[in-house]
Design a protein around this ligand. Structure first.
Ligand code: FE2
Length: 451
């Protein structure tokens, strides 16, 4: 089978933002991943893009204008004058105001929107944006370190030409923002595997299956602590295999949150890179256009390891377990290896018994049995009188309506094909000496390492 064309999105500014002292979310992890990807030479096999920054209009396909206006204007100096707005938009605690919060969020979202556009135009089979996957953000509310929901925005873009889009989420946290956005539509199936029970965000019961036309199109697989590779891969393949049969999506968005790895600062699962990436490999095997996104992940060195390894898996390229020299090499001590071990002490015993998993899997498969098999699946078009897309989301009404009228005749204008993202072509010569990355002659990144 010919190799897939991969469009890889990266903005070297992303690592310069900082959520504040002691905050577990560190954008620097994306730069660390990028450095490894470059120094393993993986970039040579991909089309590298610096995303064009999304406009407010682009973001308003999901988010409300007042919320975006607030994010755009708020600074640490003006917090005291905007206490009511801070409360209304849930900004302040987990989602702090930090310098450049709106610009940072736009960078993250832009790669996911641009990636979906590359998939729509057919210039890539797979798009990758490790800055994305910020799945908790709501229409008018920040949540769980997420301000702009790039997952939702990329799905909205894909809906322009695909009748059905599948969203898969292997972050340890429930993909609540994405589920909520598409709760009432059968054009998007969401499926999240997550820790459930006394854990953020608290949603994602196996009984939560969507509502109205979207009933049975929200799939939730709640898990207990310390799930291991073999168990996780088994349930993932069983459930996703069945979804692919029944739902037959035209495109897939896969959120690859790294907080499901063993040893994550906030996570309580026990996956290694190999188990996590096996899910990526399985999704890729269906030969459907895929948008690959990042997500959570709070032990930075392991986030970088994982997303580098998953990039190699997408490229069908074996890479050495010995990490290459790179700018952040000292972060990877003491062994300087790519792969990590699962936790093996008694307190990390898998708390998901076979009986529990059989029960949940049976429940999920029963939910999936209730949807009609493709291609006879009834598509709710979102048109008046058909139940519609989630009224609360206010997204892409005009885009989706127009694409439904003439699915076949997609114009370039509609797909925003022109002048969108900057293709980076000269990375090779600039990375050979010190592993430095430049976006082009005029854009030398001024990295400052953060811990
Ligand atoms: Fe997470």
């Amino acid at each position: 089978m010919p190799k897939k064309t991969i469009a890889y999105f990266y903005d070297s500014e992303v690592g310069n933002y900082h959520f504040g002292y002691g905050h577990p979310m560190k954008p620097h992890r994306v730069r660390m991943a990028h450095e490894l990807i470059v120094n393993y030479g993986l970039y040579q096999q991909m089309k590298i893009y610096k995303p064009k920054i999304a406009s407010k209009q682009d973001l308003m396909k999901f988010h409300s204008e007042p919320y975006l206006n607030f994010l755009e204007k708020i600074t640490r100096e003006t917090i005291q004058d905007n206490i009511e707005d801070m409360k209304q938009f849930s900004v302040g605690q987990d989602c702090p105001v930090f310098e450049g919060v709106y610009d940072f969020s736009k960078i993250c979202a832009s790669g996911s929107i641009g990636g979906a556009e590359r998939l729509n135009e057919g210039s890539a089979d797979i798009a990758v944006n490790w800055s994305g996957g910020l799945h908790h953000a709501k229409k008018s509310e920040a949540s769980g370190f997420c301000y702009i929901n790039d997952c939702v925005l990329s799905i909205i873009e894909l809906l322009k030409i695909h009748e059905r889009v599948l969203y898969l989420d292997i972050d340890i946290h429930h993909g609540d923002g994405v589920e909520e956005a598409f709760l009432t539509t059968n054009r998007v199936m969401t499926c999240s595997f997550h820790k459930y029970g006394d854990y953020f965000p608290g949603t994602g019961s196996v009984n939560d299956v969507g509502v109205n036309a979207g009933e049975n199109y929200s799939i939730n697989y709640p898990l207990n602590d310390w799930i291991d590779d073999a168990t996780y891969v088994d349930i993932f393949q069983t459930v996703v295999g069945d979804i692919m049969n029944k739902f037959a999506p035209g495109a897939i968005v896969l959120q690859c949150g790294a907080d499901s790895l063993a040893g994550d600062r906030l996570g309580l699962f026990n996956l290694t890179l190999k188990g996590h990436a096996e899910c990526v490999k399985f999704v890729k095997s269906f030969n459907v256009p895929v948008m690959i996104l990042g997500g959570g992940g709070y032990t930075m060195r392991n986030v970088a390891r994982l997303w580098t390894y998953e990039t190699s898996v997408l490229l069908d390229t074996d890479i050495s377990n010995n990490l290459p020299a790179n700018k952040y090499f000292e972060y990877f001590g003491p062994n300087y290896k790519l792969h990590i071990d699962a936790l093996s002490s008694p307190q990390h015993k898998n708390e998901n018994t076979s009986e529990y998993l059989q029960n949940i899997t049976a429940h999920v498969l029963d939910t999936l049995r209730k949807i009609q098999s493709s291609p006879s699946v009834q598509i709710n078009t979102g048109q008046p009188g058909t139940g519609g897309l989630n009224k609360d989301t206010n997204f892409t009404r005009s885009d989706i309506d127009s694409s439904e009228k003439d699915n076949v005749d997609i114009t370039k204008d509609k797909l925003h094909l022109e002048g969108k993202d900057e293709r980076v072509v000269d990375i090779d010569s600039t990375t050979q000496s010190k592993g430095e990355f430049y976006d082009g002659d005029k854009d030398q990144d001024g990295d400052v390492a953060m811990s």
